[in-house]
Design a protein around this ligand. Sequence first.
Ligand code: BTN
Length: 244
Amino acid sequence: DAIAYGLDAPYAVDYHDRLPSTNDRARELAVEGAADVLVVAGEQTGGRGRLDRTWNSPSGGVYASLLVRPDRPPAHAPIFTLAAAVAVTRACREAGVDAVIKWPNDVLVAGSERKLAGILTEMEGEADRISWLIVGIGANVDVAAADLPETATSVREAGGDADRRRFCQRIVETFHDLRLDPDDVLPAWREYAVTLGRAVRVETPGGVVEGEAVDVAFPGALVVRTDDGERTVHAGDCEHLRPA
Ligand code: BTN
């Protein structure tokens, strides 16, 4: 139980040295009817990222998926992702790394903008209620540069405390403390965001939106000021156009 041993979590912990994907394992548990389980793996052989990308998952990272069954409408799902991004960012900062959030959920090192962590939220819902929701967090903690893509870095490489168990514990605590209350999550997210005030180009399912990112709105949308007025973007791939 390398990472999960002694983890003090308000969830059942399902630890594996190696899994194809903690999100996939959590989905199996969801189908079996489980709830409030935190799946943790020491490494993944088939880690998945957003937008059908793969997630490089060598040993030394933190790979964790939380399965919950919240009594909320499906439209609230993005608040879980934002809360997880805040939790991971805070864990990085407590480990001594100056981390920031790029909308919606990338955790980067301030300045270099190399990626430390990402979040993949998956859900099944009925019309008015989430049936199950999985928040999957992948964080490069105790990973060497050689095991990472060019655009990424790790807590260790950035000079931080690379204790994975402590890192995982901090994520769980912050996530829980935020209570998924938008009044807690959104201000914390704004405080850590590097996207707000920046010129952005967002590829959305409905086309490209370019302008200045001015705010985040419940449940997790990016508000972009464009030449044609404000646009609220609910999902997409965001690029910062100029350095901060
Ligand atoms: C992204 O930035 O594209 C999101 C990456 C999410 C990766 C995590 S690792 C734990 C969980 N299991 C997966 O297969 N993916 C998520």
